[in-house]
Design a protein around this ligand. Structure first.
Ligand code: 6IA
Length: 145
């Protein structure tokens, strides 16, 4: 079975240019349900043909279908906070975080023991973080089944 990965990243909260590369790295481990978040032209301001109601409905379906959530939390986003809050205690959640301009991560995320939180400064580090997280996840799955 191919793993389903929900990648969450700030859109209207502020778009981050690293998303396309992070999504490419994630595709090594499974299907990224939300790969459109890496589409720069569309996601600058969150414009799309879908209404907000349609976006919400589709994303909640994907969130429920996902085996694991990976959230890029460097840019504060109500949407990302909501998504990881909804998935908490139901799915493994990895939050990756890039320190920029001394901005500090919300204590509601950094202080939450249900999230695996990893800081990075470049994509090589993201690659290492993902490798460790997914290897760990795969070995837990093997024990559970
Ligand atoms: O509050 P934010 O907009 O920063 O919330 C971002 C999060 O909400 C992401 O993790 C997405 O899963 C979800 N989200 C918010 N807006 C959209 C959206 N807009 N499409 C899909 N998911 C969204 C349309 C732009 C899209 C074509 C890139």
């Amino acid at each position: 079975m191919i793993m389903k990965i929900y990648f969450a990243g700030s859109i209207r909260g502020g778009y981050d240019d690293f998303y396309p590369q992070i999504i490419t790295l994630l595709q090594k481990y499974g299907e990224v349900l939300t790969e459109h978040i890496g589409d720069k032209s569309l996601s600058r301001i969150g414009e799309t043909k879908l209404t907000d109601e349609e976006i919400y409905k589709r994303d909640m379906q994907w969130l429920n279908a996902a085996d694991v959530i990976v959230a890029e939390v460097s840019t504060p986003s109500l949407g990302v906070g909501y998504e990881i809050g909804k998935a908490e205690n139901r799915k493994p959640i990895l939050c990756i975080y890039r320190e920029q301009n001394n901005a500090r991560l919300s204590a509601m995320i950094s202080g939450n023991p249900n999230f695996v939180i990893k800081k990075y400064s470049d994509l090589n580090q993201v690659e290492e973080i993902l490798e460790k997280f997914f290897n760990n996840y795969a070995s837990k799955e093997a024990v559970d089944n």
